[in-house]
Design a protein around this ligand. Structure first.
Ligand code: ATP
Ligand code: MG
Ligand code: FE
Length: 349
């Protein structure tokens, strides 16, 4: 069947249509601009924006796929983690579509969605593979087997901030526009990554090999900026952006490649919003190539939040014969990462 996927966990309203692992069409609307003057996502504004955008985004995804609602055979929706009010709009909409069409409904873990995004470009993921999830709220190294059946194994996480959070916070300190990650990526193009010395947290021989820490990096960047301003010079933003991006990309890719080598795994998958970063992509490519590891990184539009990745999970669940969600499916704003394979229901047996 054609699976309609709906995403609304943060500030993107996404809809996507997937059949048998193939992306047929997708559309995304973002309320990013409405949050810009607050410097971060405002939950009430996000929820209201989802309400306005939901039906038009679903219609647009269908139009791009050359389909109508009558072609939809199942509906999948993100139930968490994310903002409670924002998730509610997506789940309510998904129920309305599923019940009115008389098709099954599936609840999806947002991070399973980020991982499944990689299947929409290049087909199923090999079993096993190492997955680096790097997004606004998460930074984790996982060992993934069959995404629809096996629980993910946690190799390591960030001990404090997520990598995306570090990009966003330092961007704010540098007075770059919101959202910070893409702004740092752009600014870094004209910068010298060696101009500012920044630490490589948790990279010593006695540090946990797969754990990350980004709050110290943020503080180091902030100190450098303060020192410049105190000395009466405006910090060189491109240099600072390039140095920060280099430090983050260096630590992420080094640990991810090491996880593959330590576990004898031949494929690294990098997903989540920060996987859109140009230097992360470049260093991952270079290091995987020299270590003989196959790299899978989704195209940019599938890295940040979207509905196609949710449809991809729904499609895997349908094909794995998973039990649909009950009629009273509810949101789970703090769904643990351990539940990411894929719904608890599919892994209960
Ligand atoms: P989560 O998926 O953990 O719930 P989220 O859904 O908010 O969080 P994503 O949409 O996956 O996160 O990613 C958003 C994050 O990605 C933001 O922190 C943003 O700054 C970052 N990001 C997006 N593009 C880039 C880029 N080119 N370079 C660096 N960071 C980027
Ligand atoms: Mg977003
Ligand atoms: Fe996300």
């Amino acid at each position: 069947p054609v699976v309609l996927g709906i995403e609304s966990s943060c500030d993107e309203t996404g809809a996507g249509l997937v059949r048998d692992g193939v992306l047929l069409g997708q559309a995304v609307a973002s309320s990013m601009d409405e949050h810009a003057r607050y410097g971060g996502v405002v939950p009430e504004i996000a929820a209201r924006a989802h309400l306005h955008a939901m039906a038009p985004v679903v219609d647009e995804a269908l139009r791009r796929a050359g389909l109508t609602l009558a072609d939809v055979g199942a509906v999948a929706v993100t139930t968490g983690p994310g903002l409670a009010g924002a998730l509610q709009i997506g789940v309510a909409a998904a129920k309305a579509y599923a019940f009115s069409l008389g098709v099954p409904l599936y609840g999806v873990h947002h991070l399973a969605g980020h991982v499944a995004a990689a299947t929409l470009d290049g087909g199923p993921l090999p079993d096993p593979c190492v997955v680096l999830i790097v997004s606004g709220g998460h930074t984790s190294l996982l060992l993934v087997r069959d995404l629809a059946r096996d629980p993910v194994v946690h190799l390591g996480d960030t001990l404090d901030d997520a990598a995306g959070e570090c990009f966003d916070k330092v961007a704010r300190i540098l007075r770059l526009p919101y959202p910070g990650g893409p702004a740092i990526d752009r600014a870094a193009r004209d910068g010298d990554r060696r101009a500012v010395r920044l630490p490589r947290p948790l990279s010593g021989p006695n540090d946990p090999p797969y754990a990350f820490s980004f709050s110290g990096l943020k503080t180091a960047a902030a100190r450098w900026v303060e020192a410049q301003r105190a000395a009466g010079t405006e910090p060189n933003v491109p240099d600072a952006a390039a140095a920060l991006q280099e430090a983050i990309a260096d630590v992420l890719t080094r640990k991810a490649v090491r996880a593959c080598l330590d576990h004898g795994i031949g494929t690294l998958v990098v997903v989540g919003g920060v996987a859109a970063n140009s230097r992360v992509r470049e260093l991952a490519e270079r290091r995987c190539a020299s270590a003989g590891i196959t790299l899978r990184v989704p195209p940019l539009r599938l890295c940040t939040d979207n509905g196609a990745m949710v449809a991809a999970v729904g499609d895997l669940l349908v094909r794995a014969g998973a039990e649909p969600a009950p009629a009273d499916l509810s949101v789970d704003p703090s769904a643990p990462l351990e539940a990411a394979a894929l719904t608890p229901r599919a892994t209960a047996m």
